[in-house]
Design a protein around this ligand. Structure first.
Ligand SMILES: C[S@@+](CC[C@H](N)C(=O)[O-])C[C@H]1O[C@@H](n2cnc3c(N)ncnc32)[C@H](O)[C@@H]1O
Length: 285
């Protein structure tokens, strides 16, 4: 956030941080101001002080604001071509390479997983690839997000037609059961994914990942924060590990030297070995 934001805005942000543990000062100032303005319009107030008063008086407004700040839009196999490339160019060779006693292990991370469609798409891919051999593999898919409400929905594993915008529910029917018009994920797919709350700007990162997906998340962040997150992903990956970003997430400047492209169009990169200093602190605005 700008160094000299108005005191009313500071008070408002401090209140949000105190009530829900989310430090909004880390977001791009323009993004934050636009999101706040859209909630303020709903309540027909034009200053931060009045909006803070509304937040205090109506705790449910905090939920509405958080919904507005953490855009959870996602669906199964979003950007199908990226999943196809991931399958053919990353997972198939990786499985071939690891398919021997004592090496049948895969660690994947969906960072910014929203309501779970992305990590569950990974789980479905692995079921399709490994079939009846899956029980012989040690597979962990970590799925993290800042938004606890989205994580709750993800853990339930129950979806509406909206989540099947790119791949039809019919095509994925072996992995779902239809109950009262809603699609319930099969337990054997659900059990591959572990959901955790994690702030990409605040928490320490896991390690030894084979594949990290971080797609359509970094739009909220500044260039310095991108660099920080990319260098943390670099550390979180095993040697030769793979990072997949979204179509709008581009590595610029020196940070791009940490990865080499496997598939430029689909934003799939392989970690390049370097000797970076350990764990820098996240940049503040
Ligand atoms: C548009 S969704 C992306 C979902 C999925 N990756 C996809 O591409 O379909 C963006 C997610 O990023 C999460 N997010 C925003 N800031 C974050 C942060 N600092 N740490 C972790 N997740 C964050 C939001 O809560 C939201 O669920």
């Amino acid at each position: 956030m700008e160094e000299h934001s108005p005191p009313e805005l500071e008070l408002l942000l401090r209140y949000i941080a105190q009530e829900c543990g989310i430090d909004c000062r880390k977001y791009k100032p323009n993004f934050l101001v636009r999101r706040l303005a859209s909630r303020m319009r709903v309540h027909r107030v034009s200053d931060y002080q009045s909006y803070l008063y509304i937040l205090k008086k109506h705790p449910e407004e905090l939920d509405a604001l958080l919904d507005n700040l953490t855009i959870n839009l996602t669906y199964f196999f979003r950007d199908q071509s990226a999943f196809e490339a991931l399958r053919e160019e990353v997972l198939v060779p990786l499985i071939r390479q690891r398919d021997r006693p004592g090496r049948r292990q895969l660690r994947l991370w969906s960072a910014g997983c929203a309501t779970g469609e992305e990590p569950y798409s990974l789980a479905i891919l692995l079921h399709q690839l490994l079939g009846t051999n899956l029980p012989h593999w040690d597979i962990s898919i970590l799925a993290t997000d800042l938004d606890e409400k989205a994580l709750q929905k993800a853990r339930a594993g129950v979806y509406d037609a909206f989540s099947f915008r790119e791949v039809s529910a019919q095509a994925l029917s072996p992995f779902f059961s239809l109950q009262n018009g809603r699609y319930h994920l099969a337990p054997e797919v659900k059990s591959l994914v572990v959901f955790q709350r994690h702030d990409l700007l605040g928490n320490s990162y896991p390690s030894d990942m084979d594949v990290i997906l971080c797609r359509n998340v970094l739009i909220y962040f500044t260039r310095e924060q991108h660099d920080h997150i990319f260098s943390m992903f670099h550390r979180a990956l095993r040697d030769g590990g793979v990072l997949v970003t979204g179509k709008t997430e581009i590595m610029l400047g020196p940070i791009a030297a940490l990865f080499k492209s496997i598939n430029l169009r689909e934003h799939i990169y392989r970690k390049v070995r370097t000797d970076l200093p350990r764990s820098p602190a996240p940049p503040q605005e």
